[in-house]
Design a protein around this ligand. Structure first.
Ligand code: ATP
Ligand code: MG
Ligand code: MG
Length: 548
């Protein structure tokens, strides 16, 4: 944000602090623990924690767990892990459910002020009472209940006298209000459901609108940042705070992050998991933080992405290519270089002694002079990529072809002398000679070649499984899809290469290490990898499709 200038939220916060409106900044990140966090949440995390860091305040992690039906403890744990992994530390870990007693007391206070009433109308009746944006609504027949009657029935609702849906508590505002959210909105509903933290203590639960702002106020949140769809809720947010005479938290809205070729709603992501279109919430194709982590994304690259997209006030669709650009930028600087052949073609160096293994050296990372080097075995039998050889090559083909020379990276120049085929004409191996004086770093051969290939020594190569990923959906804007969004799943989003051949230095790869496989992209070890079956995920290819 240094180069871009302050965003609109930074401007608001700076002004508020300057005017002495608040002593210091307090923000919160308020996930509902009903799913894993995704890259859209990362945007909100970077924004909330970033503001607090910039202005010297702090951020609470508040689980917005007022809906007992969809929330689970496993989600709480994954959310904490993901926020920490992104590089942020919250001041307090809080739960909206811890405020149930206090919220109940707030409701009583509104009833006593004549500003809330128990309504026996059905959901359909309440919907009909609401009217339309152009037509005022009608008052519920229960709207004029006395304070005493409301207090008595609300208490009975709490103690479990009524079944689900029998009654609700509504705010008494104005059924002709131009803002539909102000037409006597629901505050409490009856739900005889087990809650992941409060168990069976409650059978009435507060609605989002009656819980969120009050939770903000209890925590003295100064700037409550949320996404644009909550703009129409702001008036109600302010109304509750005013009528309850609470700390004046204020709500500000920004555009949610939408990204091409994926979906960003937890409901849809859960469907993909439940219907087994992906292997789980952390499938490397998922836009979840855990999926991106498993895929090899770094926290730095995700923070950089969130910074680059900025804070918008209008909905937009961000090209996933920008996220890929960010991770390439980061990994180019940090990833260790290795050679891995995904689709092997045997090369025999006929003038290299049988049985000899020579150790060559290659730099760990040419972008980092302090990264050191690794040893790479070279011998008479090697693998190169099938696609790096052509028997009948066109004129400008600079890879290996009969009579043509190429350099093997960190090794020697070789020349193709012969092609060995089976009876069906399938190429079995390619016979080459090497130029002993052409060794990388001490080349005195005077030969110039245009092509450089990656390779591995067949005898020492390590078999690994490689998983290549493509877009999860074939449609750029999945939210615009008509009908079932799952019809647009990309059937080729996962390609498994059961046996690729890696240089032996990869044997000791760890889970947090990132590699560049030369000419093939950036890769990281998968969490299902074992000593017997080493598995690598491709994070992203090398080619940069993103115009700078
Ligand atoms: P979803 O639609 O995926 O279920 P949500 O908004 O219901 O998202 P919450 O757990 O309530 O999910 O979100 C926690 C915080 O993250 C909220 O403040 C929300 O505004 C923000 N958030 C969620 N999705 C995005 C997004 N795509 N871009 C930016 N912020 C988001
Ligand atoms: Mg939400
Ligand atoms: Mg949601």
């Amino acid at each position: 944000s240094d180069t871009k200038g302050p965003n609109f939220l930074e401007e608001i916060v700076a002004k508020d602090l300057e005017a002495g409106k608040y002593k210091s900044l307090v923000t919160r990140f308020p996930p509902e623990p009903n799913g894993y966090l995704h890259i859209g949440h990362a945007k909100s995390i970077c924004l909330n924690f970033g503001l607090a860091q910039e202005f010297g305040g702090y951020t609470n992690l508040r689980f917005d767990d007022t809906n007992p039906v969809t929330e689970e403890t496993q989600y709480v744990e994954s959310i904490k892990q993901d926020v920490r992994w992104l590089g942020f530390q919250w001041e307090n870990e809080l739960y909206a459910s811890d405020y149930f007693d206090q919220l109940y007391a707030f409701a009583i206070k509104l009833i006593e002020k004549g500003l809330a009433y128990v309504d026996d109308s059905t959901a359909e009746e309440i919907a009909a009472q609401k009217g339309t944006p152009t037509r005022p609504g009608t008052n519920s027949p229960y709207r004029s209940r006395s304070v005493e009657e409301n207090l008595r029935i609300f208490e009975e609702m709490r103690t479990g006298k009524y079944p689900d849906g029998a009654k609700v508590l509504r705010a008494k505002i104005d059924m002709a209000h131009p803002n539909m959210h102000m037409r006597d909105p629901l505050m409490y509903r009856i739900k005889h459901a087990h809650h992941h933290r409060t168990g069976d203590a409650w059978c009435i639960y507060p609605m989002y609108d009656f819980a969120h702002g009050q939770s903000d106020a209890i925590e003295h949140i100064t700037h409550s940042v949320c996404t644009l769809e909550f703009i129409p809720h702001r008036e109600l947010y302010d109304w509750f705070i005013e009528k309850l005479e609470l700390f004046p938290s204020r709500q500000y809205e920004f555009a949610r992050l939408n990204m091409t070729y994926t979906v960003m709603s937890k409901r849809k992501l859960l469907q993909l998991v439940n219907e087994k279109h992906v292997s789980g919430w952390d499938d490397p194709r998922m836009p979840t933080i855990s999926g991106l982590r498993r895929r090899g994304y770094t926290p730095e690259s995700i923070r950089d992405f969130c910074d680059r997209i900025g804070v918008a006030k209008r909905e937009n669709l961000i090209d996933v290519g920008l996220l890929e650009f960010c991770v390439r930028e980061d990994l180019n600087k940090t990833a260790l270089r290795r050679m891995v052949v995904l689709d092997p073609l045997k090369v025999v160096i006929t003038n290299y002694p049988e049985g000899k293994v020579e150790m060559l050296t290659g730099e760990e990372n040419p972008e980092d002079p302090n990264s050191g080097s690794r040893e790479i075995p070279f011998s008479r039998e090697l693998y190169i990529e099938q696609e790096d050889f052509m028997e009948n090559a066109p004129k400008k083909y600079f890879r290996l072809a009969p009579g043509q020379m190429v350099r093997l990276k960190h090794a020697y120049i070789i020349k193709c002398e012969d092609v060995v085929k089976d009876a069906q004409g399938t190429i079995l191996e390619v016979h080459c000679t090497y130029i002993p004086e052409s060794k990388s770093g001490e080349d005195t051969s005077g030969i110039n070649v245009k092509g450089t290939l990656h390779w591995v020594s067949a005898g020492q190569a390590l078999p690994i499984e490689v998983r290549l990923y493509d877009r999860l959906f074939t449609l750029e804007d999945v939210s615009e899809a008509e009908g079932d969004f799952k019809e647009h799943l990309n059937p080729d989003s996962l390609q498994v290469i059961p046996t690729a051949w890696a240089e032996p230095a990869l044997k000791t790869a760890g889970l947090d290490e990132r590699y560049q496989f030369l000419r093939k992209g950036y890769f990281t070890l998968d969490k299902d990898s074992t000593a017997d079956k080493i598995i690598f995920n491709r994070t992203v290819g090398l080619r940069d499709m993103w115009a700078k």
